[in-house]
Write a protein that binds this ligand. Structure first.
Ligand code: 5GP
Ligand code: MN
Length: 340
């Protein structure tokens, strides 16, 4: 879904005078969620708008380098202030999510609000709750679409290195450093941002070369002790128990990227990273090619996302979720015929 010419005209009128704007993104915000939110915020502030970003839950410390990240409200920590900001907003921008259950208890408040709602996103199956929708599942990232949004508004001269750093962050994280989800447009956006002064190597270094000793040892533990392969269905699983969370003092963001290691194995095309959390078991799935982990998450794990990267969660025992994942594999992955 693209913005129509009429949408653009209306949006220009809407944004022509200073407004109170709330930017929302999804729970467990990643580089794209945070980058698109900050990039859009810095852009909108250039018009004199008063902009507040609300993150449903805490963000990984990796992204501390992004200007303005400290001013984000975290709903889990400041619920009443978050509701207050939503209720007084003139405009609500929903970035990098497709369904209001991704913003937890804020969802009903957004639905009730009289504010104009703008959805900019690249997940499959967007819910129809917004007045203006820029949804493109072919886009590498929401950051790529924020660039398009700025372009469509005819405001490219406002795009500075500060906005660029935020948007480039989402390009890097949602494409695994330009390894997947790319299209020609992705590289055009990257080039445009670099032209405006983005230090791409500096960002890659900040994002990937800041792993703590604890995280590195945890990765070793995942690979050495918690990995199981199901070769006949090209699958790999890493499962962490509640006790692992205690033993390794695992905090938000510490397990970022672990799931991708499974896809480095020859013959592995679908990867599951399953975590036993205090009340829920959380699951991250990744795949190659035609295997749709989005369908698996949607049909079996109350979740969704993208064809090759999705997540979900369930109130169940860790072993039950591992078993459920193995049980559904034959429905989605061709069985390998052993070579005799
Ligand atoms: P991750 O596995 O890194 O948490 O998320 C991968 C992708 O799946 C992201 O695009 C994320 O938005 C989406 N995703 C993760 N968890 C859920 C979930 O519980 N529900 C839905 N609908 N999407 C999810
Ligand atoms: Mn994204």
């Amino acid at each position: 879904m693209n913005l129509t010419t009429a949408d653009i005209t209306e949006l220009k009128a809407l944004l022509a005078y200073p407004k109170g704007i709330v930017i929302l993104t999804h729970r467990n915000p990643d580089g794209d969620a945070i980058g698109s939110s900050l990039g859009l915020r810095h852009f909108l502030e250039k018009f004199g708008h008063v902009v507040k970003i609300i993150l449903p839950s805490e963000y990984p410390t990796t992204f501390h380098y992004l200007r303005g990240i400290d001013d984000c409200l975290v709903f889990d920590n400041e619920q009443s202030r978050s509701f207050e900001e939503i209720s007084k907003a003139d405009v609500i921008c929903c970035l990098d999510f497709n369904a209001l259950d991704r913003v937890d208890k804020m969802g009903p408040a957004v639905l009730q609000s009289k504010a104009k709602k703008i959805l900019i996103d690249h997940h499959l199956d967007p819910e129809p709750f917004a007045d203006y929708v820029l949804s493109d599942t072919g886009a590498s990232s929401t950051c790529e679409l924020i660039h398009q949004f700025i372009h469509q508004l005819g405001e490219m001269e406002k795009l500075d290195a500060n906005i660029g750093d935020a948007l480039f962050t989402g390009l890097i994280t949602d494409t695994g450093s330009f390894k997947y989800n790319t299209r020609p447009e992705t590289y055009k956006v990257a080039a445009a941002l670099k032209e405006r002064g983005v230090d791409d190597y500096g960002l890659q270094d900040k994002i990937f070369n800041t792993v703590s000793e604890k995280q590195m040892r945890l990765l070793g533990h995942c690979l050495a002790n918690r990995m199981e392969l199901v070769p006949e269905y090209s699958a790999g699983i890493i499962a962490l128990t509640k006790q692992d969370y205690v033993d390794f003092d695992i905090k938000r963001g510490d397990t970022e990227g672990v799931v991708n290691y499974l896809l480095m194995l020859k013959g592995i095309e679908i990867a599951a990273f399953i975590r036993e959390q205090p009340t829920i078991v959380k699951l991250s799935l990744r795949s190659k090619g035609d295997i749709s982990v989005q369908e698996i998450c949607r049909n079996h794990f109350n979740g969704g996302g993208h064809k090759n990267a999705s997540g979900g969660a369930a109130y169940a025992k860790l072993q039950d979720i591992i078993d459920r994942f193995k049980a559904v594999l034959p429905k989605y992955v061709d069985k390998k015929v052993p070579v005799l």
